[in-house]
Design a protein around this ligand. Sequence first.
Ligand SMILES: C[S@@+](CC[C@H](N)C(=O)[O-])C[C@H]1O[C@@H](n2cnc3c(N)ncnc32)[C@H](O)[C@@H]1O
Length: 223
Amino acid sequence: MIIKKSFFSNPKNRSKEERFKYVNRSGAGLVPSKSYISYGSDYWDNPNLPMGYGGYVYDGRFAKNAKEILSYLNLTNKSKMLEIGCSRGFLMVEFDKLGISIKGIDISRYAIDTAHPLVAKNIKLVDASHVDIEGSYDVIICKDTLPHIKRERLPFLLTNINNHIVEGGCLIVDIKVAESNSCKELTARFDPTQLSILCEAEWCTLIERYIDKDVYASFSELF
Ligand SMILES: C[S@@+](CC[C@H](N)C(=O)[O-])C[C@H]1O[C@@H](n2cnc3c(N)ncnc32)[C@H](O)[C@@H]1O
């Protein structure tokens, strides 16, 4: 069952106006570097690019999100969590500080090599669109990760996720959506690492087809 619930808000995200300015300025779109497309240094740490993270440093921005998840789901130090697409582990750190065991997987070698030292040992380099998840979890989190998986691999990943959540456990997803064809086009131009640009209803249909656990889902538009 999908439960609409947002655990995440990030005041540091660019505004819609900034994104519009960028895609309008760059015409057909900037050709992103190999480093950007492969989630390397350009994606995370290049302040001169209008897209990407522009310099992703730990600042505790997810501390309150982790506390809210912990209290809302009544998690304890016996709970097991997995974050898919965990990047440098900045959300994981906050659960670790609260005494919750959390593992992470990510496809970015660069992010893992520069991960937060508190959780670096708990992050594995894994392409979640092709590799089976190890272990079973009370909570799996995909924060802004699913749109980065190729559309044809989503059934594999969602089935895999479903098989690795314990009975009574849940999935938390935070997903960027585009509600019209023109917004889909703008999103693709703005961020070519988004490989599945769908509207909210399309995501809900997909998730309901493959996940029979509770899913806490939040959706937001880039454009
Ligand atoms: C938009 S970033 C989100 C990062 C982080 N979850 C956050 O919200 O700040 C997308 C993340 O998904 C990861 N990712 C993309 N494709 C992946 C794949 N096939 N398997 C595992 N991780 C992947 C990227 O490396 C990146 O860390």
